[in-house]
Structures are given as structure tokens and as C-alpha cells.
Design a protein around this ligand. Sequence first.
Ligand code: FAD
Length: 344
Amino acid sequence: MSNRHWAVIGAGICGLHAARQLQAAGARVTVFDKARRPGGRLAVRRSDWGLMAHGAPVLSTGSASPDWLAEVLGATRSAGLAKDLAWEPLHALPALAAGDQDGFSMLPSLNALAAAWSGTLDLRCEHTVTRLWRDVSGWWLLCREQEAAIGPFHGVLLTTPPVQGRALLQADAGTAAEQADLLDDWQGVTQVPCWSLLWVPASPPDAAPTAGTGFIERPASASGLALVVHEHRRPGAGGSPRYAIHATADWSAAHLEHDADAVREQLLMLAASHLGCSTASLFTHLHRWRYAVTGQALGRPFLAGQHGLWVAGDSCLGATAGDALASARAVAEAMLMAHDHGTE
Ligand SMILES: Cc1cc2nc3c(=O)[nH]c(=O)nc-3n(C[C@H](O)[C@H](O)[C@H](O)COP(=O)(O)OP(=O)(O)OC[C@H]3O[C@@H](n4cnc5c(N)ncnc54)[C@H](O)[C@@H]3O)c2cc1C
């Protein structure tokens, strides 16, 4: 195994989990991500009023079993990687695109898990992969931030959102031709957008949320709001009233290219009207996710292309972080098995 070197593109929860399994089996792995920090769509923002999640507010199970996810979290803590990581199992949770399901809330944040995992990996952040190709020596990557090509790698695992991953494969004519079957299979997978607003109101509402809704509410979809996350009511969190507001996929698509200030104003009005307070703000932060959650999933845990190219991610199985982890586990097992059997 030691002479093998895999490149993993994407340091979201899928890429990191897969990379850790490959590394644990004795492989050499380098993970590349275009962002400054790992975690992908588990993004959080610090503010003077406390942490707020503008990506996934919770780790929803999706196709993964809650017991297995609890085991993954427990193993991370017992390995001493994230001593202060705390999690709370949640039941019948309103999730953005997948109906009610079980899941976990995490403190200090979901993305603390990504930070803990990446500590043991060879991770290159601020490496935006713009080209991917293969020659007789193996796979090579070109990154926007680097002049020289990086490689050779004997295999590549692609865990970017599908639109970005497909564009990367199509950027090189030879790669696109060689991976035509994989591209065909990947073509039908779609993701929907989400505008998300983090908000600390100047005059927070007095009323507690309706009993039973917990810290995440799913307003009626006609409101334009998919989720209202009461971050200060998150189990164990506390602090000033602060909210993560997620617009519905339809509202986000209709406003996708609108001016950010106009979107901020409209989302503030929708949120204030839902919560029953004024739009006066101490803090706002707006984020546009072009590829937020899966619309149409692949329906199997990963794709295997030609010559050691693999594809994984949440949208292989569903729309949640649990799906991303289940995909990571399956692809890493398949990569190791293909290597053992010499079928790459
Ligand atoms: C607004 C919102 C709400 C959500 N709500 C929930 C929820 O309630 N429950 C739940 O479980 N999940 C939720 N999710 C989904 C959850 O965040 C994802 O399922 C999970 O984080 C996906 O992990 P991933 O590793 O598959 O992909 P990602 O996290 O997207 O990771 C892909 C990585 O690839 C990197 N990348 C992309 N292109 C390149 C390139 N060219 N070069 C290098 N790096 C690149 C990106 O920077 C990113 O870090 C939500 C997501 C959003 C955005």
C-alpha cells in the first residue's frame, strides 16, 4: 500500500472521512480544497454574539444509521482528536430537503469535526483544482494558486459538488473522453441553491418557539423560508438570540442572481415577519449557496471511472451530511479492495 499515493479533491466531510480511511489502511493521501479551511458545506461563522452555521445546522442521518454515526463521533473523540466535541442526538428533525429525520447537533460546531479530522491529514487548502489529467506516470492536477502541476498520483477521489466535478473532468478533452461513461452516469445528479442569512436582531422576539419544534423550525414553504435555526437554543449553546435563516430552494432559485443587498433586505423581512420582531439588526451575514442540497441523487454510494478515478459525496446517496459520510465509507472500502485485487 505504501507506494500508492491518492489525491482527494474536496475537504468536505466526505473527502476527509474517505481520506482518513485510506490513510488508516496505510496509503499516502493528499487532500486538496479551494477554501481556506476544511469542512465544505458544514460552514460556520464566528460573531461577537456566538457561532452560527450558514451551511448544515445539524448532521442529519439520511441513509446512514444513527448508531454508526455515533460510533464515528465517539471514535474521533476517543482518538483525542476533538476533546471538546460534544453532540446531542436529535429525533424527528426538520431537515432542509429530506423531511423529518434523526441527526446530531454538535458543539462547538459541525465543522469542528472537519477541523479535527484534517489535523491528521496532508491537507492543502487554497488549492483550487482547475485541471485533472493522466499520463503514463499517473494522474496530475493543476491548481489555480500553483504554477507547477502536482502529481503523479495513482488515483483520484473527486468529492466536489457534481456541477463543479463534471466541469473539472470536462476541462481536459482527454480526461472527458476517457471518463465518458462516468460523466454519463453523473449527469442526472442535481443540486438546488440556498440563500442563507445569519442574523442577530437588535430587538429579538419575546416569544419562545412553539413547543416541540426545538431549535430548528420549518416554516410553511409559502413563507419562502425553509429553515429557521434558533442558534442560541441549540442544546448546550446559549448566548444572545441569533438565527440562521435558510430560504426555500424555489425562493433561492428565483432570487439567485439578484443583488445581495436586496436579497438581504427581503430575507430580513421574511424572517422578522416569521419571528414577530423588527428587522433592526446588530449583525447580518448573507451567503449564496449555488449548490446547497441534492435535488436528484445518484442512487448508489459512489461512481468508479477509468484508471483509478472515483467520485463520492452526499449527492450520491441523498442530501445530508450522513449521506456524505456513508458515501465516503463505501468509496474508501471499494478503493482499497480495487487496489488489493489490482483492478484499478
Ligand atoms: C444551507 C444548507 C443547509 C443544509 N442543511 C443540512 C441539514 O440540515 N442536515 C444535513 O445533514 N445536511 C445539511 N446540508 C448538507 C450538508 O452540508 C452536506 O450534505 C455535506 O456537508 C456534504 O459534504 P460533502 O463532503 O459531500 O460536500 P462539500 O461539503 O460540498 O465538500 C466539497 C468540497 O469540495 C471543495 N471544492 C469544490 N470544487 C473544488 C475545486 N475545484 N478544487 C478544490 N476543492 C474544491 C469545496 O470547497 C468543498 O469543501 C445543508 C447544506 C447547506 C448548504
